[in-house]
Design a protein around this ligand. Structure first.
Ligand code: HPA
Length: 275
């Protein structure tokens, strides 16, 4: 539980990173499944495995490397999380607030969050990109549950502009330079690790979800609490359950991510140097 975390523990983790990278970072990015090649474009790279960082968590999923990768992109100081933490690994929503609070204390002014997601909207196809305009999370809890940490934000906080309209506008402009199919829509959170049932997917569509995924929302909510603008980007790696006559698999997710990786990475890299 985050209630076991004191403010000083977040500061200690952030200070460790700042010492390693020689100061603050400007932009933070969290990379989703199979989308980890971005850091190959960095210069002056410094890797910091999570396991070295005081009070940090360790990721358990194949395809998630479990380290911060710092570097410069066109001179901009970018701190990348390669490997993220999910509720399905057994972490509480409260503890999932940790990485974003550490990002905040490392000094970033914007957070880009990418993920692999299932396409619920029938106009979407595997390989499409969706800029997240909002999310739906019916988990019944929040990463900010528990005593409020005033150093980060208010007890009751607004999330109506959580996915920054300004960052969305920049992403919209940059997207024009890429041969990928872009959409804007709603990310619907599900706990996993099982993929959804076809009936759940029909319900999610009726409720307004365009894609479904198992990450991102705790990060976006934590960022909103500490007034950190977020840009959320989903890669549609598969059509959600019941749409096509085939079972879903993590292999399909990783294969689609690989197909679009070069274009997607170039898009994200341009974004990081534009925002
Ligand atoms: N459902 C949930 N999470 C996902 C999916 C999906 O279909 N694809 C990639 N992540």
């Amino acid at each position: 539980m985050s209630t076991e975390y004191t403010y000083e523990m977040y500061v200690e983790a952030a200070n460790y990173i700042k010492e390693k990278i020689g100061g603050e970072a400007e932009i933070g990015i969290i990379l989703g499944s199979g989308l980890g090649n971005l850091s190959k474009m960095f210069e002056n790279t410094i890797e910091i495995p999570y396991i070295e960082i005081p009070n940090f968590l360790v990721s358990t999923v194949a395809g998630h490397a479990g380290k911060f990768i710092f570097g410069t992109l066109n001179g901009r100081r970018v701190l990348c999380m390669s490997g993220r933490f999910h509720s399905y690994e057994g972490y509480s929503f409260e503890i999932l607030s940790l990485p974003v609070r550490v990002f905040k204390l490392v000094g970033i002014r914007a957070l880009v969050v990418t993920n692999a997601a299932g396409g619920v909207n029938l106009d979407y196809r595997p390989g499409d990109i969706m800029l997240i305009t909002d999310h739906i999370c019916f988990s019944g809890t929040s990463p900010m549950r528990g005593p409020n940490m005033e150093q980060f934000g208010l007890r009751f906080f607004d999330v109506s502009r959580m996915y920054s309209p300004e960052l969305l506008e920049i992403a919209r402009k940059v997207s024009k330079n890429y041969r990928l199919r872009f959409h804007e829509g709603i990310y619907f959170w599900m706990s996993g690790p099982n993929f959804e049932t076809p009936a759940e997917i029909r319900a999610i569509r009726a409720m307004g979800g365009d894609v479904v995924g198992m990450s991102t929302v705790t990060e976006a909510l934590t960022a909103a609490h500490c007034s950190l603008p977020v840009l959320g980007i989903s890669v549609v790696t598969n059509m959600a359950a019941g749409i096509l006559q085939q079972p879903l698999s993590h292999t399909e997710v990783m294969d689609t991510a690989t197909v679009i990786e070069t274009q997607f990475t170039a898009f994200v890299a341009e974004l990081l140097t534009t925002i």
